[in-house]
Structures are given as structure tokens and as C-alpha cells.
Ligand binder design. Structure first.
Ligand code: SAH
Length: 243
């Protein structure tokens, strides 16, 4: 059977999916709860990534090794870094880079040692479906016409970026190495690397909860509560119905 893993970043996002899960079965493994069942007619495993790259990598590995999932889809929130990426916008990832990985001068800045690359790509076909699901959801939710759906590079690192200066420095040093990033978060690149290792399709969508600036710590919780879970549910529904 083809199991799709839906990895949520936050309990608020997972809650709506859990309520809809048919024949739910909870399995505790590696100190985490995994939920097996069926969602919109598709066999799924729901899990929380937990926060940060290591926690997300452990969760992804468990999904693959223990639950034998065939693909992983991530939904979460992120800080907007690119110009024109505003709170409420949605970013479907094409690739991920780790903004806190620096083994220079032995390896080029941002390169993941021994992989010979700094970016890990999402699966093109699964991402195209996720992009279509995002577009349909935004129309369905009848949001303001200013909400934009972006498709591009996302940076991950073990840091909640919450300062305008820090955000600018991050954007510029990534840009200097040719990485034009749209958003910053804390897990995606880790899951992308695990999926690369196992040859598993991966796609990710992030709703912009803040601008990673001095307001980020205020914007983030409000957004998660009021908006992010609605977006995530709508997009997961559209995606699963299109698989
Ligand atoms: N106290 C919060 C902590 C969340 S950390 C809570 O548990 O509710 C922020 C989460 O959202 C991470 O999972 C990260 O992937 C994402 N995120 C949103 N805005 C971010 C930003 N500005 N910088 C880094 N990660 C961000």
C-alpha cells in the first residue's frame, strides 16, 4: 500500500487532520506519536516533525523505516525573507538550503559536507500537485486577492529568526552565494536531505506567519492560531484528493 506521510510542524495544524482521520491508530515510536489511518480515502500516517533539524530528521527517518511511507508532505509556517513574501502568503518549496551550515574553508559555505551540494530538491511531480492544491485552496478560502502563492527556495536552520537586521544579513549572505530564498524555517532542509538519502519523493508548503523581523514573535502565535491550520487542512484535502 502507498502510504503518504503528512508531517505537520505544529499541533494546531495536525489537530484538524486528526479529527478527520478514519480508523485512527496511534503508535508511539522514538518518543513520538504517529497516527495511521485513512484521510479522504488515502492511507496516511500523520506525524509532528517537532522543532529543529535534528528532530525533523528523526521523525522523517522513523516514517520511512518504521512506517514504510512512500512519500512525505510537509505543511507548516515560516518567516518571509524574500522581497514581496508577506504574512499570509504561501510558499511551495522547490528546494531547501541549510542557512546555518558552514564548514568553510574546508567546504564551500552552505555546502553539506560529502554531498557536494548545498541544496536539496523537492520532487517535481509531487510539488506540482501541492502547488495546484495550494492554488485551489486559496481560491476556495476566498482570501484577499493580495495573498500570493510563491514557488521557490526555502532556507532552514536551528534558529527562530526574529530581527529585521538578522533577517537582512541572512538574506544577503545566502544571496551572495547564489541562493535567493523566499522564506526561513527550522525543519524542511533536514527532511529534504533524509528523503534524498532514501530516494523518497518530498514536497513542502509553508504559510508565512511573520517577516522574521522585530515583530515576528508577536505575529507568529496569532497567525498560527487564526490562519495556518485552516490553510494546512484545505491544502492537505486538495492534495490527497488529487493523488
Ligand atoms: N513557541 C513556538 C515555537 C515555534 S518555533 C511554538 O512551539 O509554538 C517556530 C516554528 O515555525 C518552527 O517550526 C519554524 O519552522 C517555523 N517558523 C516560523 N517563523 C519562523 C522564523 N521567523 N524563523 C524560523 N522559523 C520560523
Amino acid at each position: 500500500m502507498t502510504f503518504t506521510a503528512i508531517l505537520s510542524a505544529l499541533a494546531e495544524e495536525q489537530q484538524g487532520l486528526l479529527e478527520l482521520l478514519q480508523q485512527p491508530q496511534k503508535i508511539n515510536h522514538a518518543g513520538r506519536d504517529f497516527w495511521q489511518g485513512s484521510l479522504y480515502g488515502q492511507p496516511v500516517v500523520l506525524a509532528l516533525s517537532r522543532i529543529g533539524k535534528v528532530a525533523a530528521a528523526t521523525t522523517a527517518t522513523a516514517l520511512i523505516e518504521r512506517f514504510k511511507v512512500s512519500r512525505i508532505v510537509f505543511t507548516g509556517v515560516a518567516g518571509g525573507l524574500g522581497a514581496g513574501v508577506r504574512v499570509g502568503d504561501v510558499v511551495v518549496a522547490t528546494e531547501f538550503v541549510q542557512h546555518d551550515l558552514d564548514a568553510s574553508p574546508i567546504f564551500p559555505r552552505y555546502e553539506v559536507p560529502l554531498y557536494g551540494q548545498s541544496r536539496f530538491a523537492c520532487d517535481a511531480a509531487l510539488s506540482a500537485l501541492l502547488l495546484a492544491a495550494g492554488r485551489a485552496s486559496l481560491q476556495g478560502l476566498a482570501l484577499s486577492p493580495t495573498v500570493t502563492l510563491h514557488h521557490g527556495l526555502i532556507a532552514s536552520g536551528d534558529r527562530f529568526v526574529s530581527g529585521a537586521q538578522e533577517a537582512q544579513a541572512l538574506r544577503e549572505s545566502l544571496q551572495d552565494q547564489g541562493h535567493a530564498v523566499l522564506a526561513v524555517e527550522m525543519e524542511g532542509a533536514a527532511v529534504a536531505q533524509v528523503c534524498f538519502d532514501y530516494g523518497l519523493p518530498f514536497a513542502a508548503v509553508r504559510t508565512i506567519s511573520d517577516r522574521a523581523d522585530d515583530q515576528a514573535h508577536v505575529d507568529f502565535p496569532v497567525f498560527v492560531r487564526d490562519v495556518a491550520s485552516l490553510y494546512a487542512q484545505a491544502m492537505v484535502r486538495q492534495l490527497l484528493q488529487s493523488l
